[in-house]
Design a binder for this molecule. Structure first.
Ligand SMILES: *Cc1c(COP(=O)(O)O)cnc(C)c1O
Length: 235
């Protein structure tokens, strides 16, 4: 059943990419609140990259998945508290929510020398909402330089969650600004290859505006239970 949803979403990504003459983006399965069994089912269907919002939930899910967890590329897509940086550096292959200098040092210090460098995206507060996480666009360059100076971290690009306007078309300008920030950053850091933006209800627009990775939950797994979706107390 999830395999079918996966193939439908992949088809949609491909259609949007073709329409806009852009390469097909990578699909990140946003698996917060989903059972380990659902993750295993998508993995068996060929999906490899999964995004989790909470450190504890990721740890529990990885333990439950056992050996299968090693086949997954784990992305942290939820806000990261500094006191969880050690756990995040151990549990994830990517951290998409790096948004302040203290996290650069904390993640670099805790990334084990036996592992490949931790891939990081700078989360940008593209709509300047005081309630949201992410750095100000004007802070990207300084943060990127700090990351690039850390051999235990690999700067891969930018991530954003635009304001949830009910008309998804209204998010297009934010996606467009992200593409411009990405291009500007690539002048200084030509190795960056990832612009993570777009979710279930707006990924086609994000792809048209240059997303190279979309983070999709609901369209793959179905609707989440409301209470757990809003729980951000721990991370
Ligand atoms: C939950 C989540 C998603 C996926 O959202 P859907 O609307 O269910 O596709 C993407 N990105 C982040 C950061 C999320 O927390």
């Amino acid at each position: 059943m999830l395999a079918r949803a996966l193939h439908e979403v992949l088809q949609q990504l491909d259609n949007a990419a073709q329409r806009s003459g852009r390469p097909c983006p990578r699909l990140l399965a946003a698996s917060k609140t989903q059972a380990a069994a659902a993750v295993a089912e998508l993995l068996a269907a060929g999906q490899r990259a999964f995004g989790e919002n909470y450190v504890q939930e990721a740890r529990a899910k990885q333990a439950e998945l056992g050996a299968a967890a090693a086949a997954i590329e784990w992305h942290l897509i939820g806000h990261l508290q500094s006191n969880k940086a050690r756990a995040a550096a151990a549990l994830f292959d990517w951290v998409q929510t790096l948004d302040r200098p203290t996290l650069v040092d904390a993640l670099a210090r805790h990334r084990a020398p036996t592992r490949p460098p931790l891939n990081v995206l700078i989360q940008v507060n593209i709509d300047d909402e005081s309630s949201k996480h992410g750095c100000h666009p004007g802070a990207i360059a300084t943060l990127a330089a700090a990351i690039a100076a850390q051999p235990r971290l690999a700067l891969r690009g930018l991530m954003a969650i635009p304001a949830p306007h009910p008309d998804s078309e209204r998010r297009r300008p934010a996606f467009r600004r992200m593409q411009q920030l990405f291009d500007a950053l690539a002048l200084q850091h030509p190795q960056i290859d990832t612009l993570s933006m777009g979710m279930s209800d707006d990924y086609a627009i994000a792809i048209e505006e240059g997303a190279t990775m979309v983070r999709v939950g609901t369209a793959l797994f179905g609707a989440r239970e409301h209470g757990r979706q809003l729980s951000t107390a721990n991370d």
